[in-house]
Design a protein around this ligand. Structure first.
Ligand SMILES: [Zn+2]
Length: 281
């Protein structure tokens, strides 16, 4: 699941490799991937890639002539650069940008759902694009003070993943961050002390920054289908806490899992498994 560190490293690697290259043609094999129709995708032909940057979990691909491609990988997308062109049989292809040097920038998606999306926007469309205008401040490298930002009676696990509050954190990194900060996923934002809020902010910077540094060391083009995410808590339920040696626990939801260490985060309390308790009702 690509979040801030994964999108950031991808933008860095692909941006430095494709900056200045010209698009020869573009195709959108994904039936529902391209969410805009004006300007048409064909307007990208002949345009130069100026930069590939990140905002939250989105890619912002700036082309010359004031065109911008906004790309959201959702839960199973990848943006990859290949030396050769995709086989027509590649069912993972959602958007293909064929560059004039023969390489191809490819938005691919794994799994059965087609959720990743692309918008081609002019400056006026970019200014009013809701996914951007509703985004909160960046979680990295310099998130704002968290006490005022998280001052609501909602659990931290949900608030930290709310892109309108803070942009970039998702289901994987939130577990790592809360574990690092020794905070319960269910603690309410409004109940954070100043010291806890400061610790949480430091944990966000340390975890996201650490992941980016890890990728800088270990990743190169082509970006692999499966990123080597340096996770130590998320989806490690049943394994030992890397800090205290207690067994990591999990709460399962319909489409995700939340992992935590009872000793480090919840005063030893086991959190209710929502899936089970619903079944037992
Ligand atoms: Zn622990």
């Amino acid at each position: 699941m690509p979040e801030l560190p994964e999108v950031e490293i991808t933008a860095r690697l692909i941006g430095s490799a494709t900056g200045g290259r010209r698009i020869e043609s573009a195709l959108a094999p994904g039936v529902n991937t391209l969410r805009t129709y004006d300007p048409p995708l064909s307007a990208t032909a002949g345009k130069k890639i100026v930069s590939v940057t990140r905002r939250g979990k989105l890619f912002v691909v700036t082309l010359d002539d004031d065109l911008t491609l906004l790309i959201h990988l959702m839960s199973a997308g990848r943006l990859q650069l290949f030396d050769t062109r995709a086989s027509l049989r590649d069912r993972t292809s959602r958007l293909l940008l064929r560059l004039e040097d023969g390489s191809e920038l490819r938005l691919r998606e794994f799994g059965t759902k087609q959720a990743a999306w692309v918008k081609l926007l002019r400056p006026d469309g970019l200014d009013t694009e809701e996914t951007l205008t509703t985004l909160g401040p960046e979680a990295y490298p310099d998130p704002p003070p968290l006490r005022p930002l998280l001052d609501a009676p909602r659990p931290l696990h949900g608030m930290l993943r709310d892109q309108r509050i803070l942009a970039g954190i998702g289901r994987s990194w939130v577990d790592e961050i809360l574990h690092e900060a020794k905070l319960s996923p269910f603690k309410r934002g409004s109940e954070l002390s100043d010291a806890e809020a400061a610790r949480l902010r430091e944990a966000i910077i340390a975890k996201l920054g650490g992941a980016i540094a890890h990728y800088e060391q270990n990743l190169a083009l082509p970006i692999p289908d499966k990123l080597p995410m340096p996770l130590t808590v998320h989806r490690r339920n049943g394994e030992l806490c890397p800090r205290c040696g207690d067994t990591l626990e999990a709460v399962f939801y319909e489409d995700y899992v939340m992992c935590y260490c009872p000793t480090c985060q919840t005063d030893g309390k086991l959190l209710k498994d929502r899936r089970l308790s619903r079944l037992l009702k």
